[in-house]
Ligand binder design. Structure first.
Ligand code: NAD
Length: 469
């Protein structure tokens, strides 16, 4: 834990971290005591008072130094990600690089936290300023431990806030290595705290404290709702980056083999454990057979293995519970008439590996069509036309990412406008980087990270009017 600039190790462990590739225990995580929470909150209050007064140019320079340190240390941070999470080392290195880009972007955006002058009727002044909202409680997931934490630390600290972050219990060390970059870049004590403990206890202690002025979570819809209920007690705004269940709409006019090749890369990256992972494939019936045949053949050839193994393309799932979830989603789909075209089973008897799986003819009432699989499962369903695909795509409570494949420009335009989600990629599997807003519609979240809006959730407006008396 990091409190007021001091690393703390000697506490009773709240849990052990396990390597999902070989089931080995990596080490214990110190759990925060009541006194630690009190200290962390007091430090965050003090840190905020110090940091908010630091000139924007200095805050910006510091964040840029953090980004440089992250890139210099990518070779140390990435192995920690792979040990805790299991993803291939190259993906872990790419994550550190992506995370550093959020620091660079927010470092620039904080220099553009403009106010405005509002015309008034009298010979007065009325102007609007953006101020940092105050100490923020941040919660991050295990699937992108450095990328999600990087976004939240960049945004809060750029805005002039202090922050207490609780990393996911499965992946604490990589977030701690990121925090060390902030310390080494010269961040004053108290601006950043890292806390571990039982999730429900940490959220109550932090969010219900009057010190905390805003909440930010990247995580599941379920936990998002729990944290928002706590935040409502103190009328605290919440930035929520929650789960999705991304539809992929594939028209009759594309080359099915080419799209299948792209789909394998998009779907099985990080073993499908990505919030924007394509997870409901809705394919025009004219090319359905060609597409699923190629998709399954390519998926079946992917190399599954420990993220440190040369050439491994698909790492383990984060824990054994995820294997059980995959098994139960596959069994449910098959019971309702789906076919396993490839995969469908655990790989090996140790570690949490699950084969890249393509399911064909998945009926709409199968659980996997409504529950975010968050794993290497690709359910495929034929559709008669793109209107049917659109209606299935939108018939769900979440709306994070969506994908459209067609060479018909009008169709692409119509579908991307009609999809109920925060980002749409056409003929590719990409998601917004630092330079564009990223966030969900419907139950996938509230607010955005990135883009010119990146600091909105961590700042509040103040209108000042002034007249002569
Ligand atoms: P999660 O919601 O279980 O956990 C997220 C964080 O909240 C972790 O730090 C966890 O320890 C903590 N947490 C869990 N229960 C809590 C509680 N009761 N009180 C306080 N904190 C609690 O999510 P996860 O399993 O770590 O991550 C996977 C989910 O995150 C998926 O649904 C995925 O789609 C979503 N996700 C969304 C985005 C996005 O940007 N929209 C990005 C990555 C992941």
């Amino acid at each position: 834990m990091l409190i007021d600039g001091e690393w703390i190790y000697d506490r009773a462990p709240c849990h052990q971290v396990q390597n999902p590739a070989d089931d080995q225990i990596l080490g214990p995580v110190p759990g925060a005591t009541d006194a630690d929470f009190d200290r962390a909150l007091a430090a965050a209050q003090r840190g905020f008072e110090i940091w908010r007064k630091v000139p924007p140019q200095e805050r910006s320079e510091l964040l840029k130094r953090v980004a440089v340190l992250m890139r210099e240390r990518a070779k140390d941070i990435a192995p920690a990600i792979t040990l805790e999470h299991g993803k291939p080392l190259a993906d872990a290195e790419a994550e550190v690089s992506r995370s550093s880009s959020f620091l660079d972007w927010d470092a620039e955006q904080l220099l553009r936290t403009y106010g405005r002058v509002v015309p008034t009727q009298h010979p007065n002044y009325q102007f609007v300023m953006r101020e940092p909202i105050g100490p923020v409680a941040a919660f991050t997931p295990w699937n992108v431990p450095v990328s999600a934490a990087g976004r939240k630390l960049a945004g809060t600290i750029a805005a002039g806030c202090s922050v207490i972050i609780k990393p996911a219990s499965q992946t604490p060390a990589s977030t701690c290595l990121l925090a060390q970059c902030f310390i080494d870049a010269g961040l004053p004590d108290g601006v950043l705290q890292v806390i571990h403990g039982k999730s429900s206890q940490v959220s109550e202690k932090l969010i219900l404290s009057p010190v905390i002025r805003a909440v930010t979570l990247t995580g599941s819809v379920e936990v998002g709702k729990q944290l928002m209920r706590l935040a409502a007690e103190g009328v605290k705004p919440s930035l929520m980056e929650l789960g999705g269940h991304a539809p992929v709409l594939i028209g009759a006019d594309v080359n099915p083999a080419k799209v299948a090749e792209l789909a394998v890369g998009g779907k099985f990256r990080m073993a499908g454990q990505l919030c924007v992972s394509p997870s409901r494939f809705l394919i025009h019936e004219k090319i359905y057979d060609d597409f699923v045949g190629e998709f399954a053949a390519r998926a079946g050839k992917l190399k599954v293995g420990d993220g440190f193994t040369e050439g491994a393309q698909v790492g383990p799932l984060v824990n054994f519970r995820r294997i059980e979830t995959m098994q139960s989603l596959v069994a449910d789909a098959v019971e309702r008439g789906a076919k396993v075209l490839t995969g469908g089973e655990r790989v090996g008897n140790s570690g949490c590996f699950f084969a890249p799986t393509v399911l064909g003819d998945v009926p709409l009432d199968a659980r996997v069509m409504h529950e975010e699989p968050f794993g290497p499962l690709a359910p495929c369903t034929p559709v008669a036309d793109m209107d049917q695909a659109l209606s299935i795509a939108n018939d769900i409570e979440v709306g994070l990412a969506g994908y459209v494949f067609t060479n018909d420009v009008e169709m692409a335009d119509r579908l991307s406008n009609a999809l109920e989600c925060g980002s749409v990629a056409i003929n590719q599997f990409t998601s917004p980087g630092a330079d564009a807003p990223f966030g969900g519609h419907k139950e996938s979240g509230i607010g955005v990270e990135g883009g010119m809006e990146t600091l909105d959730s961590y700042t509040v407006s103040k209108t000042i009017s002034q007249r002569r008396v």
